[in-house]
Design a protein around this ligand. Structure first.
Ligand SMILES: *Cc1c(COP(=O)(O)O)cnc(C)c1O
Length: 405
Protein backbone atom coordinates (compact mmCIF):
# COMPACT_ATOMS: atom_id res chain seq x y z
CA UNK A 1 0.00 0.00 0.00
CA UNK A 2 1.06 3.59 -0.71
CA UNK A 3 0.56 4.88 2.82
CA UNK A 4 1.41 8.54 2.20
CA UNK A 5 -0.80 8.55 -0.90
CA UNK A 6 -3.68 7.22 1.18
CA UNK A 7 -3.32 10.00 3.75
CA UNK A 8 -3.01 12.62 1.00
CA UNK A 9 -6.11 11.51 -0.90
CA UNK A 10 -8.20 11.46 2.29
CA UNK A 11 -7.06 14.97 3.12
CA UNK A 12 -7.70 16.19 -0.42
CA UNK A 13 -11.25 14.88 -0.19
CA UNK A 14 -11.74 16.68 3.11
CA UNK A 15 -10.51 19.91 1.50
CA UNK A 16 -12.79 19.49 -1.52
CA UNK A 17 -15.77 19.14 0.80
CA UNK A 18 -14.81 22.31 2.65
CA UNK A 19 -14.34 20.32 5.85
CA UNK A 20 -10.58 20.57 6.20
CA UNK A 21 -9.69 22.18 9.51
CA UNK A 22 -7.30 25.08 9.59
CA UNK A 23 -6.17 26.41 12.93
CA UNK A 24 -5.85 30.10 13.64
CA UNK A 25 -2.52 30.59 15.41
CA UNK A 26 -3.40 32.97 18.19
CA UNK A 27 -1.53 34.80 20.87
CA UNK A 28 -3.76 36.24 23.51
CA UNK A 29 -2.47 39.24 25.43
CA UNK A 30 -2.92 39.21 29.16
CA UNK A 31 -5.72 41.50 30.23
CA UNK A 32 -6.81 42.31 26.68
CA UNK A 33 -9.01 39.37 25.78
CA UNK A 34 -11.00 39.13 23.42
CA UNK A 35 -8.21 40.81 21.43
CA UNK A 36 -5.38 38.62 20.21
CA UNK A 37 -2.69 38.46 17.56
CA UNK A 38 -3.37 35.98 14.80
CA UNK A 39 0.10 34.94 13.63
CA UNK A 40 -1.03 33.12 10.50
CA UNK A 41 -3.65 35.75 9.68
CA UNK A 42 -4.14 39.48 9.60
CA UNK A 43 -2.51 40.36 12.91
CA UNK A 44 -4.83 41.89 15.50
CA UNK A 45 -8.20 40.14 15.77
CA UNK A 46 -11.23 40.03 18.05
CA UNK A 47 -12.10 36.50 19.14
CA UNK A 48 -15.84 35.69 18.99
CA UNK A 49 -15.77 31.92 19.37
CA UNK A 50 -13.88 31.26 22.59
CA UNK A 51 -15.10 28.88 25.25
CA UNK A 52 -13.35 31.05 27.83
CA UNK A 53 -16.91 32.26 28.18
CA UNK A 54 -16.36 34.76 30.97
CA UNK A 55 -12.77 35.75 30.29
CA UNK A 56 -11.66 33.99 33.48
CA UNK A 57 -8.51 32.83 31.69
CA UNK A 58 -7.40 36.45 32.05
CA UNK A 59 -8.64 37.05 35.58
CA UNK A 60 -5.97 38.65 37.80
CA UNK A 61 -7.11 36.41 40.68
CA UNK A 62 -6.64 33.26 38.62
CA UNK A 63 -3.27 34.38 37.30
CA UNK A 64 -2.08 35.35 40.77
CA UNK A 65 -3.08 31.96 42.17
CA UNK A 66 -1.18 30.24 39.36
CA UNK A 67 1.93 32.39 39.85
CA UNK A 68 1.84 31.74 43.59
CA UNK A 69 1.50 27.99 43.16
CA UNK A 70 4.24 27.88 40.55
CA UNK A 71 6.60 29.78 42.85
CA UNK A 72 5.55 27.74 45.88
CA UNK A 73 5.64 24.22 44.41
CA UNK A 74 7.31 24.23 40.98
CA UNK A 75 6.10 23.12 37.55
CA UNK A 76 4.70 19.61 37.38
CA UNK A 77 2.96 17.29 39.83
CA UNK A 78 5.74 14.75 39.41
CA UNK A 79 3.64 11.63 39.19
CA UNK A 80 0.30 9.94 38.84
CA UNK A 81 -2.18 10.64 41.61
CA UNK A 82 -1.22 7.33 43.23
CA UNK A 83 2.53 7.70 42.99
CA UNK A 84 3.50 11.06 44.51
CA UNK A 85 1.29 13.21 42.23
CA UNK A 86 -1.52 14.08 44.67
CA UNK A 87 -0.61 17.56 45.84
CA UNK A 88 -2.35 19.74 48.39
CA UNK A 89 -3.66 21.89 45.50
CA UNK A 90 -5.40 18.90 43.90
CA UNK A 91 -7.15 18.03 47.15
CA UNK A 92 -8.26 21.62 47.73
CA UNK A 93 -9.64 21.80 44.20
CA UNK A 94 -11.60 18.56 44.63
CA UNK A 95 -13.08 19.94 47.87
CA UNK A 96 -14.04 23.13 46.02
CA UNK A 97 -15.74 21.09 43.27
CA UNK A 98 -17.63 18.81 45.64
CA UNK A 99 -18.93 21.92 47.41
CA UNK A 100 -19.85 23.59 44.10
CA UNK A 101 -22.16 20.71 43.20
CA UNK A 102 -23.36 19.86 46.70
CA UNK A 103 -21.85 16.39 46.45
CA UNK A 104 -19.84 14.34 48.94
CA UNK A 105 -16.82 14.15 46.68
CA UNK A 106 -15.24 15.11 43.38
CA UNK A 107 -12.52 13.57 41.25
CA UNK A 108 -10.17 15.43 38.93
CA UNK A 109 -9.06 14.36 35.46
CA UNK A 110 -6.66 15.92 32.98
CA UNK A 111 -9.55 17.16 30.82
CA UNK A 112 -13.31 17.06 30.48
CA UNK A 113 -12.86 14.65 27.60
CA UNK A 114 -10.89 12.25 29.78
CA UNK A 115 -13.37 12.58 32.65
CA UNK A 116 -16.28 11.50 30.42
CA UNK A 117 -14.31 8.80 28.70
CA UNK A 118 -12.93 7.36 31.94
CA UNK A 119 -15.94 7.75 34.22
CA UNK A 120 -18.57 6.53 31.76
CA UNK A 121 -16.28 3.78 30.50
CA UNK A 122 -15.58 2.53 34.01
CA UNK A 123 -19.11 2.76 35.38
CA UNK A 124 -20.76 1.15 32.36
CA UNK A 125 -18.22 -1.67 32.05
CA UNK A 126 -18.11 -2.49 35.78
CA UNK A 127 -21.80 -2.68 36.61
CA UNK A 128 -23.04 -6.12 35.51
CA UNK A 129 -25.44 -5.95 32.51
CA UNK A 130 -25.49 -2.15 32.59
CA UNK A 131 -27.41 -0.48 29.75
CA UNK A 132 -26.42 3.07 28.87
CA UNK A 133 -29.23 5.28 27.57
CA UNK A 134 -27.42 7.98 25.66
CA UNK A 135 -28.90 11.19 24.21
CA UNK A 136 -28.43 11.25 20.42
CA UNK A 137 -26.44 14.50 20.53
CA UNK A 138 -24.03 13.59 23.31
CA UNK A 139 -20.45 14.82 23.00
CA UNK A 140 -17.78 12.61 21.39
CA UNK A 141 -16.10 12.05 24.78
CA UNK A 142 -19.25 10.45 26.19
CA UNK A 143 -19.79 8.37 23.06
CA UNK A 144 -16.19 7.12 23.20
CA UNK A 145 -16.49 6.28 26.90
CA UNK A 146 -19.65 4.29 26.33
CA UNK A 147 -18.18 2.55 23.31
CA UNK A 148 -15.05 1.70 25.28
CA UNK A 149 -17.16 0.16 28.06
CA UNK A 150 -18.70 -2.31 25.59
CA UNK A 151 -21.91 -2.03 27.57
CA UNK A 152 -25.24 -2.26 25.79
CA UNK A 153 -26.11 1.20 24.43
CA UNK A 154 -29.53 2.58 23.62
CA UNK A 155 -29.67 5.97 21.89
CA UNK A 156 -32.71 8.11 22.60
CA UNK A 157 -33.87 11.03 20.49
CA UNK A 158 -32.29 14.30 21.53
CA UNK A 159 -34.08 15.82 24.56
CA UNK A 160 -37.13 13.66 23.77
CA UNK A 161 -38.74 12.47 27.03
CA UNK A 162 -41.32 10.23 25.35
CA UNK A 163 -38.62 8.41 23.43
CA UNK A 164 -36.47 8.06 26.55
CA UNK A 165 -39.41 6.70 28.50
CA UNK A 166 -40.34 4.17 25.84
CA UNK A 167 -36.74 2.95 25.78
CA UNK A 168 -36.58 2.72 29.56
CA UNK A 169 -39.90 0.90 29.71
CA UNK A 170 -38.71 -1.69 27.20
CA UNK A 171 -35.92 -2.79 29.56
CA UNK A 172 -36.39 -5.11 32.58
CA UNK A 173 -36.98 -2.95 35.66
CA UNK A 174 -34.18 -4.61 37.62
CA UNK A 175 -31.56 -4.30 34.87
CA UNK A 176 -28.96 -1.63 35.80
CA UNK A 177 -29.36 1.53 33.71
CA UNK A 178 -27.40 4.72 33.27
CA UNK A 179 -28.93 7.74 31.52
CA UNK A 180 -26.15 9.90 29.99
CA UNK A 181 -26.94 13.42 28.80
CA UNK A 182 -25.83 17.06 28.79
CA UNK A 183 -27.43 20.17 30.22
CA UNK A 184 -26.47 22.84 27.65
CA UNK A 185 -25.75 21.34 24.24
CA UNK A 186 -22.77 23.04 22.73
CA UNK A 187 -23.75 23.39 19.08
CA UNK A 188 -27.47 24.25 19.26
CA UNK A 189 -27.34 25.84 22.73
CA UNK A 190 -30.53 24.09 23.82
CA UNK A 191 -31.03 22.80 27.36
CA UNK A 192 -32.15 19.35 28.53
CA UNK A 193 -35.27 18.85 30.66
CA UNK A 194 -33.19 17.69 33.62
CA UNK A 195 -36.01 17.44 36.15
CA UNK A 196 -38.15 15.27 33.91
CA UNK A 197 -35.19 13.05 33.08
CA UNK A 198 -34.52 12.61 36.82
CA UNK A 199 -38.22 11.75 37.31
CA UNK A 200 -37.95 9.04 34.64
CA UNK A 201 -34.69 7.79 36.14
CA UNK A 202 -36.41 7.38 39.48
CA UNK A 203 -39.44 5.67 38.00
CA UNK A 204 -37.31 3.19 36.02
CA UNK A 205 -34.58 2.72 38.59
CA UNK A 206 -31.78 4.29 36.53
CA UNK A 207 -28.66 6.26 37.46
CA UNK A 208 -28.09 9.65 35.85
CA UNK A 209 -24.88 11.11 34.40
CA UNK A 210 -25.04 14.79 33.46
CA UNK A 211 -22.37 16.62 31.45
CA UNK A 212 -22.53 20.28 32.57
CA UNK A 213 -19.42 21.31 30.64
CA UNK A 214 -21.12 24.26 28.91
CA UNK A 215 -22.95 25.36 32.05
CA UNK A 216 -20.53 25.24 34.98
CA UNK A 217 -19.48 28.72 36.03
CA UNK A 218 -22.26 30.18 33.89
CA UNK A 219 -25.59 29.20 35.46
CA UNK A 220 -26.88 28.89 39.00
CA UNK A 221 -26.33 31.36 41.85
CA UNK A 222 -22.82 29.97 42.49
CA UNK A 223 -21.99 28.79 38.97
CA UNK A 224 -22.89 25.17 39.71
CA UNK A 225 -24.65 24.84 36.34
CA UNK A 226 -28.22 24.31 35.17
CA UNK A 227 -28.82 21.63 37.82
CA UNK A 228 -27.90 24.14 40.51
CA UNK A 229 -30.14 26.81 38.97
CA UNK A 230 -33.05 24.38 38.98
CA UNK A 231 -32.36 22.91 42.42
CA UNK A 232 -31.68 19.44 41.01
CA UNK A 233 -28.06 18.70 41.90
CA UNK A 234 -28.96 16.17 44.62
CA UNK A 235 -31.05 14.15 42.17
CA UNK A 236 -28.18 13.43 39.79
CA UNK A 237 -25.89 10.46 40.35
CA UNK A 238 -22.91 12.06 38.60
CA UNK A 239 -22.31 15.65 37.50
CA UNK A 240 -19.39 16.09 35.12
CA UNK A 241 -17.69 19.36 34.22
CA UNK A 242 -14.64 21.05 32.77
CA UNK A 243 -12.18 23.57 34.18
CA UNK A 244 -11.18 24.60 30.65
CA UNK A 245 -14.19 26.57 29.49
CA UNK A 246 -15.97 29.09 31.76
CA UNK A 247 -13.38 28.51 34.50
CA UNK A 248 -10.70 29.50 32.01
CA UNK A 249 -7.97 27.01 32.93
CA UNK A 250 -7.80 23.27 32.16
CA UNK A 251 -8.91 19.92 33.53
CA UNK A 252 -12.11 17.93 34.00
CA UNK A 253 -13.95 16.33 36.87
CA UNK A 254 -16.88 14.37 38.17
CA UNK A 255 -18.79 15.20 41.35
CA UNK A 256 -20.83 12.43 42.98
CA UNK A 257 -21.23 10.35 46.14
CA UNK A 258 -18.11 9.34 48.05
CA UNK A 259 -18.64 5.76 46.82
CA UNK A 260 -18.91 6.65 43.13
CA UNK A 261 -15.82 8.87 43.24
CA UNK A 262 -13.86 6.28 45.19
CA UNK A 263 -14.96 3.61 42.74
CA UNK A 264 -13.87 5.57 39.65
CA UNK A 265 -10.65 6.60 41.45
CA UNK A 266 -9.92 2.94 42.12
CA UNK A 267 -10.85 1.38 38.78
CA UNK A 268 -10.59 3.95 35.95
CA UNK A 269 -7.49 3.45 33.84
CA UNK A 270 -7.80 7.01 32.47
CA UNK A 271 -7.58 8.35 36.00
CA UNK A 272 -4.94 6.01 37.40
CA UNK A 273 -2.28 5.76 34.72
CA UNK A 274 -1.61 9.39 33.86
CA UNK A 275 0.36 12.21 35.43
CA UNK A 276 -1.70 14.51 37.62
CA UNK A 277 -2.33 18.09 36.46
CA UNK A 278 0.33 20.63 37.47
CA UNK A 279 -0.49 22.10 40.91
CA UNK A 280 -0.51 25.62 39.41
CA UNK A 281 -3.35 24.57 37.11
CA UNK A 282 -5.28 23.18 40.07
CA UNK A 283 -4.67 26.35 42.08
CA UNK A 284 -5.79 28.57 39.19
CA UNK A 285 -8.95 26.56 38.64
CA UNK A 286 -9.78 26.65 42.36
CA UNK A 287 -9.36 30.44 42.39
CA UNK A 288 -11.64 30.74 39.37
CA UNK A 289 -14.34 28.55 40.94
CA UNK A 290 -14.13 30.43 44.25
CA UNK A 291 -14.49 33.75 42.46
CA UNK A 292 -17.50 32.65 40.44
CA UNK A 293 -19.19 31.19 43.52
CA UNK A 294 -19.22 34.67 45.04
CA UNK A 295 -19.57 36.91 42.00
CA UNK A 296 -22.61 37.06 39.74
CA UNK A 297 -21.29 40.04 37.82
CA UNK A 298 -19.60 38.12 35.01
CA UNK A 299 -22.67 35.92 34.48
CA UNK A 300 -25.05 38.90 34.40
CA UNK A 301 -22.82 40.81 32.00
CA UNK A 302 -22.47 37.81 29.71
CA UNK A 303 -26.24 37.34 29.52
CA UNK A 304 -26.62 41.02 28.69
CA UNK A 305 -24.07 40.79 25.87
CA UNK A 306 -25.77 37.68 24.49
CA UNK A 307 -29.13 39.48 24.44
CA UNK A 308 -27.59 42.47 22.68
CA UNK A 309 -26.00 40.37 19.93
CA UNK A 310 -29.24 38.43 19.42
CA UNK A 311 -31.29 41.62 19.16
CA UNK A 312 -28.92 43.09 16.59
CA UNK A 313 -28.92 39.91 14.50
CA UNK A 314 -32.72 39.91 14.61
CA UNK A 315 -32.82 43.52 13.47
CA UNK A 316 -31.06 42.59 10.22
CA UNK A 317 -32.77 39.22 9.82
CA UNK A 318 -29.77 36.96 10.24
CA UNK A 319 -30.92 33.41 11.00
CA UNK A 320 -29.74 32.09 14.33
CA UNK A 321 -31.04 29.33 16.55
CA UNK A 322 -33.25 30.77 19.24
CA UNK A 323 -32.24 29.02 22.45
CA UNK A 324 -32.22 29.71 26.20
CA UNK A 325 -28.41 29.68 26.57
CA UNK A 326 -25.37 31.86 25.92
CA UNK A 327 -24.53 30.16 22.61
CA UNK A 328 -25.57 31.89 19.38
CA UNK A 329 -25.42 29.57 16.36
CA UNK A 330 -25.71 31.67 13.19
CA UNK A 331 -26.83 29.29 10.48
CA UNK A 332 -25.12 29.24 7.08
CA UNK A 333 -26.08 25.74 5.90
CA UNK A 334 -23.24 25.30 3.42
CA UNK A 335 -19.67 24.25 4.27
CA UNK A 336 -17.96 26.30 1.55
CA UNK A 337 -19.88 29.49 2.31
CA UNK A 338 -19.37 28.94 6.02
CA UNK A 339 -15.64 28.71 5.52
CA UNK A 340 -15.62 31.64 3.11
CA UNK A 341 -17.45 33.86 5.58
CA UNK A 342 -15.14 32.85 8.38
CA UNK A 343 -12.02 33.43 6.23
CA UNK A 344 -13.27 36.83 5.08
CA UNK A 345 -14.26 37.90 8.58
CA UNK A 346 -10.72 37.18 9.67
CA UNK A 347 -8.91 38.63 6.67
CA UNK A 348 -10.95 41.76 5.99
CA UNK A 349 -12.57 42.55 9.32
CA UNK A 350 -10.18 41.19 11.97
CA UNK A 351 -12.98 39.09 13.42
CA UNK A 352 -12.24 35.50 14.33
CA UNK A 353 -15.11 32.98 14.30
CA UNK A 354 -14.15 29.41 13.47
CA UNK A 355 -16.56 27.79 10.97
CA UNK A 356 -18.39 24.79 12.42
CA UNK A 357 -18.75 22.13 9.75
CA UNK A 358 -19.31 18.37 9.52
CA UNK A 359 -18.62 16.15 11.45
CA UNK A 360 -19.03 18.50 14.43
CA UNK A 361 -22.55 19.27 13.15
CA UNK A 362 -24.69 17.44 10.55
CA UNK A 363 -24.13 18.35 6.87
CA UNK A 364 -26.43 21.18 5.80
CA UNK A 365 -26.39 22.79 9.25
CA UNK A 366 -22.98 24.45 8.97
CA UNK A 367 -22.80 27.49 11.19
CA UNK A 368 -20.85 30.22 12.90
CA UNK A 369 -21.01 29.62 16.64
CA UNK A 370 -20.80 32.96 18.40
CA UNK A 371 -20.04 33.20 22.11
CA UNK A 372 -20.39 36.74 23.49
CA UNK A 373 -18.56 37.37 26.75
CA UNK A 374 -18.55 40.07 29.41
CA UNK A 375 -15.34 41.45 27.89
CA UNK A 376 -16.78 42.16 24.43
CA UNK A 377 -17.61 45.86 24.09
CA UNK A 378 -20.53 47.58 22.43
CA UNK A 379 -18.15 48.57 19.65
CA UNK A 380 -17.04 44.94 19.19
CA UNK A 381 -20.69 43.96 18.81
CA UNK A 382 -21.42 46.67 16.26
CA UNK A 383 -18.39 45.71 14.19
CA UNK A 384 -19.40 42.05 14.28
CA UNK A 385 -22.97 42.66 13.16
CA UNK A 386 -21.97 45.08 10.39
CA UNK A 387 -19.43 42.59 9.05
CA UNK A 388 -21.94 39.75 9.09
CA UNK A 389 -24.48 41.91 7.30
CA UNK A 390 -21.98 42.70 4.52
CA UNK A 391 -21.03 39.08 4.08
CA UNK A 392 -24.59 37.82 4.13
CA UNK A 393 -25.32 40.06 1.15
CA UNK A 394 -22.10 39.11 -0.60
CA UNK A 395 -22.85 35.38 -0.27
CA UNK A 396 -26.51 35.90 -1.16
CA UNK A 397 -27.60 34.01 1.89
CA UNK A 398 -31.24 33.99 2.96
CA UNK A 399 -32.49 36.22 5.73
CA UNK A 400 -35.32 35.75 8.15
CA UNK A 401 -38.50 37.61 7.25
CA UNK A 402 -38.36 40.50 9.71
CA UNK A 403 -42.10 40.52 10.22
CA UNK A 404 -41.99 36.98 11.58
CA UNK A 405 -39.97 38.09 14.53
C1 LIG B 1 -15.55 20.45 25.44
C2 LIG B 1 -16.46 19.36 25.91
C3 LIG B 1 -16.00 18.31 26.71
C4 LIG B 1 -14.54 18.11 26.96
O1 LIG B 1 -14.03 19.01 27.89
P1 LIG B 1 -12.49 19.42 27.79
O2 LIG B 1 -12.17 19.89 29.16
O3 LIG B 1 -12.38 20.45 26.73
O4 LIG B 1 -11.74 18.17 27.43
C5 LIG B 1 -16.91 17.43 27.25
N1 LIG B 1 -18.23 17.54 26.99
C6 LIG B 1 -18.71 18.50 26.21
C7 LIG B 1 -20.17 18.59 25.96
C8 LIG B 1 -17.85 19.44 25.62
O5 LIG B 1 -18.32 20.38 24.81
Amino acid sequence: MNYQGFFRSKLTRLRDEGNYREFAELERHRGQFPSATCHNGPGEVTIWCSNDYLGMGQSPKVLQAMHDALDRTGAGAGGTRNISGTTHDHVLLEDELADLHGKEAALLFTSGYVSNWAALGTLASSIPDCVVLSDALNHASMIEGIRHSRAQKVIWKHNDLADLESKLAALPIDQPKLIAFESVYSMDGDIAPIKEICDLAERYNAMTYLDEVHAVGLYGPRGGGIAEREGLMDRLTVIEGTLGKAFGVMGGYIAASAEVCDFVRSFASGFIFTTALPPAIAAGAAASIRHLKDSDQERAMQQQRVAEVRAKLDAIGLPHIDNPSHIIPVMVGDPMKCKFISDTLLKDYGIYIQPINYPTVPKGTERLRITPSPVHTQQDIDRLVTALEDLWSQCQLARQPLAAQ
